[in-house]
Ligand binder design. Structure first.
Ligand SMILES: [Zn+2]
Length: 252
């Protein structure tokens, strides 16, 4: 598969300093996914699991194993993973495609169960997690690798809350990496070509959503107006036909 860089001729575009441009899959991940707001629960669970698996390793190590992770973790269907018993856990422990760390595997299964509980309480994990940034991506102004924060006030709060809910491998650093990956914070450096398009895309989507809400409200109001008008007309008709009807309607 061609990377976005190859497809769109972005070879000379400036990217975040942490991207190893010698690795096309890494470049592709940066160009397509990293920092793009995610609101789909399955993808959020995928990142949460991968970030936890990454602890102590490089992100690229986990990224290369992503396809194997998807297969091993039922395409990140939390309901299925939550039901994993000894047999499945043993299979995961002997699966060379993933990080075979007993604690991390147990955490993934445990977290799937907690994930479902949050979904039940908040209707979606998306609704729960985005509350920690007020529903809108935080935008940092970073210039160099040294500017990158490892945690933030929001990641501290989210980490604390997840721990209280029984999630494992959700320290503030892991959680911050998750927030960066899923666009809860836009940490593309000022000179990176992805920074601005991401901001513009969700701003456009927000504007569209606002417009749709206004239209919906307007059509609701029009419907109510028509409904009232129709009621008046039928009232008038019945009054015309049966002079005593108005009182009956008023009594309803
Ligand atoms: Zn970037």
């Amino acid at each position: 598969m061609q990377s976005t860089a190859q497809m769109k001729g972005f070879e000379n575009f400036d990217r975040c300093p942490w991207v190893d441009t010698a690795k096309p899959d890494y470049v592709d991940y940066h160009d397509r996914e990293w920092g793009v707001p995610v609101h789909d629960d399955r993808t959020i669970f995928e990142f949460l699991t991968l970030e936890a698996a990454q602890a102590g390793l490089s992100w690229y190590t986990v990224l290369r194993k992503r396809a194997a992770y998807r297969k091993a973790f039922a395409d990140f269907d939390a309901a299925k993973v939550a039901r994993y018993g000894k047999k499945q856990i043993d299979a995961l422990l002997s699966n060379p495609g993933i990080i075979r760390n007993r604690l991390k595997i147990a955490a993934a299964v445990n977290n799937a169960g907690k994930f479902l509980q949050v979904q039940e309480q908040f209707e979606s994990f998306d609704a729960y997690i985005w509350r920690f940034v007020g529903g809108r991506p935080r935008v940092n102004m970073l210039r160099t690798l040294q500017d990158y924060p490892a945690t933030s006030r929001e990641s501290d709060a989210l980490s604390k809350d997840l721990k209280q809910r029984g999630f494992k491998f959700v320290g503030s650093t892991i959680v911050y990496a998750h927030m960066q990956a899923t666009g809860m914070v836009n940490d593309h450096v000022a000179g990176c070509f992805r920074r601005q398009p991401i901001i513009e895309k969700y701003s456009r989507e927000e504007a569209g959503l606002k417009k749709a809400k206004t239209l919906k409200l307007n059509s609701k109001l029009t419907f109510l107006k028509c409904h009232r008008l129709q009621a008046r007309v039928s009232n008038l008709k019945s009054v015309t036909r049966y002079p005593g009807a108005r009182r009956n309607i008023a009594d309803d």
